[in-house]
Design a protein around this ligand. Structure first.
Ligand SMILES: *Cc1c(COP(=O)(O)O)cnc(C)c1O
Ligand SMILES: [Zn+2]
Length: 427
C-alpha cells in the first residue's frame, strides 16, 4: 500500500479511535503505510513492524517541568490519552542521572554519567514500557495483559497488572535467575515457565496472542510499549539542563531501547526543546548473545540469529526484532557496537559498584564493560561526555557476582583473631 492509500485506509477506520494526544496513527517502518491506533504490530502489506506516528506540535520546557515527577511529564509525546497526574499506575521514571567522576577517573575518561534506571518501581527500565502498554491495553478493552519476558519485563507486567486490577499472564524461559522468578510471582498473576530460551517463548506468545484476546505488551501492543523507552532519552536531555550529551552507551536486547533513545533526542531537537548536537549512540551486548554487534563488525545490514549463552539473561535475545534499526542508528550517528565476555560483564558490575556505589544488574555490567572496551580500542573519545545506561538492579542477578563477592576475612568473635587477620590483609 502506498502512503496515500495508507492514509485513506487510516481515515476510513480512525474514527473508532479515541484521541491519543499527538499520536495519530501506526506507521509501517518499512513502507510507510498507515493504520489506526489499535492492537496490531505488523504491516498488512509488507509485514514490516509498525511504529506510532506523531504530528509535531508546540511543547515547551516549562510545560514539561510543571508536569508530574515521573515519566508522565512527557505524556504529550507518548501514545496515551491525555490526562497525566491522574494515572493510577506505578509512576515510573525520573530516575537519577548520576555524575560518575570516580568511574571516569578509573577509566581515564572525562565526563561520565550513569542513568540509573534501577530506581524504577520494579527496579528496571521495563516499568516505563509497561506503563505505556498498559494505558493502551485499557483503552483497547483488554482485561488480561501478558508478555514474553527475559525477566525484568515479567516483574514489571505482574506488578503493573496488580496495581491496575488487571489479570496478568507472564511467559518466561524456565532457566531465569531465581531473583526474577520470585520477584514476578510475588505480585500474583499467572507465571508460565517455558522449557526453552527467550526466542522460543516469544514464538509461543505470538501464537497465543493470535488466539486469545489478551494484550501482550511486547507483541500486539509493541508499538505503544516501545515508545515508553523514549522517556529515558527525554530525561537524559532534561536532566543535563536541556541539552544532548556527546554519546550514550545502551544495552541491546531486542534493540528497541537504543533506537528509542535516538528517537527521543531527534524529537526534542525537532520541537526546539534542545539545540541540535552531533551525538553518537553506542550499543553493548554480551559476547554470548551478540548478533547485532556481530552484524556491525561484519558490516552487514541483516542480523543472523544466534543461540544465547550468557549470564546477561535480560539481554539474551538471539533474534532481535529491532536489530536492523539499532544498526541503522549506530551507523547514522557514527557510534559503534561491541560485546564483552561474561568475565568482563562481572568486572563491569564490580567496577560500577566499587567506584560509584551503584550495583547494576548484568545488563549494567555489559554497558560498563563495553564502554571500557570501546575506550581501549579507541572507538569512543575519552573526552566525549557520555551517558551509560544502567537499566536494572544488581539484586535481581546476584548469581552473577555471588561466587566472587564474599567476606574478605572470616574470624572468630575474638579481638586478637580480628587484629591478626586484618593485619594480614592490609600488610
Ligand atoms: C529489556 C532490557 C534491556 C534492553 O531492551 P531492548 O529494548 O529489548 O533492547 C536492557 N536492560 C535490561 C535490564 C532489560 O531488562
Ligand atoms: Zn509495510
Amino acid at each position: 500500500m502506498s502512503e496515500k492509500e495508507g492514509l485513506v485506509h487510516m481515515t476510513a477506520t480512525l474514527g473508532t479511535n479515541p484521541e491519543l494526544g499527538a499520536a495519530h496513527a501506526l506507521k509501517c517502518r518499512e513502507c510507510g503505510a498507515l493504520y489506526p491506533l489499535d492492537a496490531s504490530y505488523a504491516c498488512f502489506e509488507c509485514f514490516g513492524p509498525l511504529e506510532v506516528a506523531y504530528e509535531a506540535r508546540g511543547l515547551t520546557r516549562e510545560a514539561i517541568e510543571a508536569g508530574p515527577l515521573s515519566m508522565w511529564r512527557y505524556e504529550a509525546l507518548l501514545p496515551v490519552i491525555p490526562g497525566a497526574g491522574h494515572r493510577p499506575g506505578l509512576q515510573p521514571g525520573l530516575t537519577k542521572l548520576v555524575k560518575a567522576d570516580n568511574l571516569a577517573a578509573a577509566l581515564g575518561a572525562k565526563t561520565v554519567w550513569v542513568k540509573d534506571d534501577s530506581g524504577n518501581p520494579t527496579h528496571s527500565f521495563k516499568d516505563r514500557v509497561v506503563a505505556v502498554a498498559l494505558e493502551n491495553a485499557r483503552r483497547l478493552g483488554f482485561e488480561t495483559i501478558a508478555c514474553a519476558s527475559t525477566g525484568n519485563l515479567a516483574n514489571a507486567v505482574a506488578a503493573a497488572a496488580a496495581r491496575a486490577g488487571l489479570k496478568s499472564v507472564v511467559f518466561v524461559p524456565s532457566n531465569l535467575e531465581a531473583g526474577k522468578i520470585v520477584t514476578t510471582a510475588v505480585y500474583g498473576g499467572v507465571l508460565v515457565a517455558i522449557g526453552g530460551n527467550y526466542d522460543d517463548v516469544n514464538r509461543l506468545c505470538t501464537e497465543v496472542a493470535a488466539s486469545r484476546n489478551w494484550g501482550f505488551v511486547n507483541v500486539n501492543l509493541r508499538p505503544y510499549y516501545a515508545e515508553g523507552s523514549k522517556t529515558v532519552g527525554y530525561e537524559i536531555a532534561e536532566q543535563l539542563g536541556w541539552r544532548l550529551p556527546d554519546a550514550v552507551v545502551s544495552p541491546v536486547a531486542s534493540g528497541s531501547l537504543l533506537t528509542k533513545v535516538d528517537k527521543a533526542f531527534r524529537e526534542f531537537v525537532d520541537l526546539g526543546l534542545v539545540s541540535d548536537h552531533d551525538y553518537k549512540i553506542y550499543g553493548a551486548q554480551a559476547t554470548g548473545c551478540s548478533p547485532v554487534s556481530q552484524a556491525f563488525a561484519a558490516g552487514q545490514d541483516f542480523i543472523k540469529p544466534v543461540k544465547p549463552d550468557t549470564i546477561a539473561k535480560s539481554l539474551a535475545i538471539g533474534n532481535p526484532a529491532d536489530g536492523p534499526y539499532a544498526l541503522d542508528v549506530v551507523r547514522r550517528t557514527q557510534g559503534a557496537l561491541a560485546d564483552v565476555t561474561d568475565e568482563e560483564v562481572i568486572e563491569g558490575i564490580k567496577l560500577l559498584s566499587e567506584t560509584e556505589g551503584i550495583f547494576g544488574e548484568t545488563a549494567g555490567g555489559v554497558v560498563v564493560g563495553t564502554y571500557r572496551k570501546l575506550l581501549r580500542e579507541g572507538l569512543i573519545d575519552p573526552a566525549a561526555e557520555v551517558v551509560l545506561l544502567n537499566t536494572g538492579d544488581g539484586l535481581k542477578t546476584l548469581d552473577a557476582v555471588a561466587p566472587t563477592s564474599g567476606p574478605t576475612i572470616t574470624v572468630s568473635p575474638s579481638y586478637d583473631d580480628f587484629e591478626a587477620a586484618y593485619k594480614e590483609i592490609t600488610s
